[in-house]
Design a binder for this molecule. Sequence first.
Ligand code: AKB
Length: 323
Amino acid sequence: MKNKTLIIGALGQLGTVLSAQLRELHGSDQVVASDIHQQDHYDGIYEVIDATDAERIAAVIRQHEITEIYHLAAILSAKGEEQPLRTWHINMSTLFNVLEVAKSEGIKRVFFPSSIAVFGAEAPRLNTPNHAYLDPATVYGMSKSAGELWAQYYYDKYGLDIRSLRYPGVIGYQSLPGGGTTDYAVDIFHHAVRGDDYSCFLREDATLPMIYMDDAIRATIELMQAPREQISVRTSYNLAGLSFSPAELTAEIQRHYPSFSVSYQPDHRQQIADKWPKTIDDSVARSDWGWQPRYDLTTLCETMIAGLRDQYHQQDKDSLIRA
Ligand code: AKB
C-alpha cells in the first residue's frame, strides 16, 4: 500500500518547503497539507486543521486514508516566552493529539521535530553529544524535551514508529521563520538583498548551529525513509549542518554586498542563545542512517542570495503588472 501523508503546520517555515518536496516525490494526490489558516489558492490538497482539535485530525486522517504524519505545528523559542503557559499547552496538546490519533488510527509512521533548544546550561556547548543532559531554559525547549520522552514512550509502549530530529536554526529563502532565536539568520539576507542595513538582535559572536533548508528537508525525508532497524534513537537525533556567528555570516554576505552594514543590539533572545550549543555532534545520525550535510557557509550564502534575488525580482515584476 502506498503512503499517504498528512503534514500538520504545512504553512510554516519548514512545512512550506517539505510539503512541496513531498508532493514532488510522491505525487500531489498522496500529500495532504494542513494548517490552522484557510487557504484559497493552495497548490495541492489542503485541509484546515487546528491541531488542538483531536477530532478534526482524526476526521482528516479517515477522509484521506492517511498512513503517515509530519507534525510540524509548534510555538518557537522566542515567541514562546511571551506566553509560557499557552506555549506549553499548545505544543504539548497538539503532540498528544497526534500521538493518540496515530495510535488509534493505526498510522504507520510519525515525524516529530525537536530542536537544539532541548539543551541548556548543563550540556557541553561544543560538539554537544546526542545523549547530553537536557535542562532546557525555554518553554519551547521544555516542550520539545518532554515531547522526545513521549515519542520514546509511544514507541516502547505501543510500537508507534515515531522519528525525530533536533533541528538547528533552519535557513531558507522560500519561507519565513516565525518567533525563533535563530530567525536573524534569515532576516539578515532579506535586508542585504533589498539593500537595507540590518540591526541584529544577537551579539556578533553568538555562534549557533544552523542548517540550510535543503539539507534540513533531505535529513527529514532520509530519516523517514530509513529502514526501521536502522533507527536506534527514539527520542530525537542531533542534526548538524554548520555553525557560525552573526559576524561570520555578515562577512560572507559582504563578499556579495560589500556595502552591507550590520549593527548589533542584543535583546532577550541573546539570553536564550547563551544557553544553546555552539556546535552539535550528529555522529549518531551519521552512523545510523548515513546523514551527511552538503551546504557550507559559502554555498548557503550563494543559494540564499540567488533565491531571494529571484523572489524580489518576481515581486517587482508582479507589482509593475498590477500598477
Ligand atoms: C528557534 O530559534 O526557536 C528555532 C529552533 C532552533 O528550534 N529555530
